[in-house]
Design a protein around this ligand. Sequence first.
Ligand code: HEC
Length: 127
Amino acid sequence: MTKRSKGLSLVAALLFGAAALGSAPHAASADGGTCGGKENPCPLQKWMKVNIGTPMAAGDLAAVSVALEKAASMSPDPAWGEWAASSKAGAAAAKKGDLAATKASCKSCHEKYKDAYKEKFRARLLP
Ligand code: HEC
């Protein structure tokens, strides 16, 4: 492998990594709903990608922090107490530039609420 092609494959790997971050977690419209998947993402799915996934991939934690502050108020169900808590914890971590703690907040909300959200609230318009 030449030096040049090695550089190019590194760039390709980075681009691929960013794309995978944005699209990995769910299969295209397997639920037969009217939204979901790449062509027609659901409201929150799209919001997450644009406002959180993209700045995350770019390492722009300041923007991620602002978006997570907003996400705190987007809980679809008042009984989902940890929704706001995990968003706010993530926003605070991102503000400090703590990538690991920021990612932990994504994970805790996704693990706890993502499936339920997709099942019950997927087509819901954002507040
Ligand atoms: C308070 C809850 C919560 C937090 C915090 C959160 N997310 Fe999400 N996220 C969701 C939910 C719910 C969905 C599913 C939306 C859907 O598919 O309709 C989602 C979907 C996504 C998607 C779209 C994936 C797809 O299926 O296309 C991306 C990308 C994403 N989140 C990135 C992040 C990142 C990165 C963070 C942390 C910096 C984060 N999210 C923090 C709740 C959260």
